[in-house]
Design a protein around this ligand. Structure first.
Ligand SMILES: Nc1ncnc2c1ncn2[C@@H]1O[C@H](COP(=O)(O)OP(=O)(O)OP(=O)(O)O)[C@@H](O)[C@H]1O
Ligand SMILES: [Mg+2]
Length: 489
């Protein structure tokens, strides 16, 4: 390693280093601090590496120890669709993209970090920024609403149960499809904010609870998230997952989700070693961009003599919540820290500082032209009883579906060999319509399906969903109000 320049300001020393060709820079932080004579606080030394090059900065004190709250101007998108989420160790603003105006693309984002690393505060800040930028926020919290309680009433839709999140994802995909149809009719091939529709974002906090192995609706959620990732980008519907995944398997375990992750904006808060190994293995981080880990606390280790008279009960440490790397930004290896969002100490109720971040007024709402597509769940989002009924119907629909395709009910039927083979609810519905040979109502189809010897279907809504899918696929046509007929009958 050779020293190229030694820049020195009043207090900060910056070393630009380069390894000889054929080598990459690897280092041991502790040994480096020792060589630099920094023994009091390792957080004073910040290293950024990229292949053969490195910048080592020695600060008089930890540059990220104390963060100010955001200012209103940080929260407004610049002309590149970015907001300022905090700052890097060198004082530069740390920006995140909410929209890409160059390509008219909504953003797919992932905020990853271990428990307590600061994911939900990041979520609150982003939600508040979205509100101020008139972006329609749909927010699902799989921790039952505990993650960001201040967001209640500040977003267009706040879903707090597994079932409601499934309904929200389905509605979001339906909205994206409806926009696609409308834009195609307008001859539009890119999204323009506010013309005619607002930018929209769907965000799942604690997404791992919906996507990990054994989660009740894992396949269903994975399916709709992938679908949204595919259709949403060009029609102004973004998606963000916030997760404490220690392994990408915990995010649905699908290749498509993995591919989405590679293209998305990634914020990496404090991680675990297995998570880092996975990110490197998946090519999200090249092996040479070794990121200095973010410790739980920036507390220097102190050796104390037993004869030392200083008391033992001092609690003088500096936590690192909110410290992160913005992996898809211009400087992925530059440590940054998010603004201080609300009180660091726990409060007994809602945090007034966080409430104030959202600003006054109503949040932006989904455009009326998409209300029909968003469906019954969207209409019921502020009505607890209606939503509970829809969630109960969904539970029933999905319990009948087993491990089948999303959106279709699966039933079991013995085949010729006596084994159980899955039979889709849509197929049973088609059989019922074919047998009748004339238009049927939902209730008639339900009765007929329940008389076919297969598993009992309790909810008319499952049948209604199957019929809707069949109409979309042009297998079934509507014949007057609430009546359905087989297309080729
Ligand atoms: N940007 C921040 N500003 C102020 N305090 C923060 C910030 N980020 C995190 N904290 C502190 O850390 C705590 C944990 O943060 P947060 O709830 O956002 O973490 P999390 O990653 O969502 O954790 P979990 O996995 O438990 O949901 C907060 O209660 C707060 O005290
Ligand atoms: Mg959280």
């Amino acid at each position: 390693m050779s020293t190229h320049t030694l820049a020195r300001s009043d207090e900060i020393v910056e070393l630009m280093l380069e390894a000889p060709p054929g080598q990459v820079i690897k280092y041991d932080k502790e040994a480096l601090c020792s060589a630099l004579g920094v023994s009091d606080d390792p957080a004073r030394v910040v290293v950024e590496t990229s292949g053969r090059q490195a910048i080592v900065t020695i600060y008089p004190s930890n540059p990220l120890a104390v963060m100010p709250p955001p200012s209103p101007s940080d929260m407004l998108m610049d002309r590149y669709g970015r907001i300022v989420v905090g700052r890097h160790h060198n004082g530069r603003p740390a920006r995140r993209r909410l929209f890409d105006p160059r390509t008219g693309s909504a953003v797919r984002a992932f905020v990853l970090g271990t428990t307590g690393a600061g994911k939900s505060r990041t979520v609150q800040y982003t939600l508040a920024c979205e509100k101020r930028n008139r972006i329609v926020s749909w927010y699902g919290d799989l921790k039952g609403g505990q993650s960001a309680p201040e967001s209640e009433g500040q977003v267009d839709w706040r879903a707090t149960s597994q079932e409601e999140v499934v309904l929200m994802l389905r509605s979001a995909v339906a909205v994206a499809q409806a926009r696609q149809r409308r834009y195609a009719a307008l001859g539009r091939n890119a999204f323009l904010i506010g013309d005619p529709d607002p930018l929209m974002s769907v965000r799942l906090d604690e997404a791992n609870r919906g996507l990990e192995r054994g989660a009740p609706y894992r396949d269903e959620m994975t399916y709709w998230i992938k679908e949204l990732g595919r259709t949403g980008r060009s029609v102004g519907v973004g998606i963000e997952l916030d997760a404490q995944a220690s392994h990408l398997e915990e995010l649905g375990g699908s290749d498509t989700l993995r591919a989405m992750l590679k293209e998305g904006e990634i914020v990496l808060l404090r991680w675990s070693s297995s998570m880092m190994a996975q990110l490197v293995a998946d090519g999200l981080l090249s092996a040479t961009q070794s990121l200095p880990p973010i410790p739980k606390q920036f507390k220097p280790v102190q050796l104390r003599s037993q004869f030392d008279l200083v008391g033992d009960d001092d609690d003088d440490f500096c936590d690192t919540q909110g410290t992160a790397y913005l992996l898809s930004g211009a400087t992925p290896t530059s440590m940054m820290r998010h603004w201080r969002i609300g009180s660091i100490a726990p409060l007994p109720g809602l945090d007034p500082e966080i409430q104030a971040l959202y600003g006054p007024g109503e949040p932006a709402r989904l455009e009326e032209a998409s209300w029909e597509a968003a469906g019954a769940a969207y209409a019921a989002r502020h009505d607890q009883a209606d939503m509970a009924a829809l969630c109960a119907e969904l539970r029933e629909e999905l319990s009948q579906k087993g491990r089948g395709q999303a959106g279709h009910g699966v039933d079991d039927e013995p085949d010729a060999g006596g084994r159980r083979k899955p039979r889709l609810l849509v197929d049973r519905v088609v059989a019922a319509l074919a047998g009748a040979g004339e238009p049927m109502s939902v209730e008639e189809v339900l009765a007929s399906v329940n008389a076919d010897g297969g598993r009992q279907v309790k909810s008319a809504n499952s049948v209604r969903n199957a019929l809707r899918d069949l109409v979309t696929a042009d297998d079934v046509a509507r014949a007057g109000h609430g009546m359905y007929v087989l297309q080729n009958a």
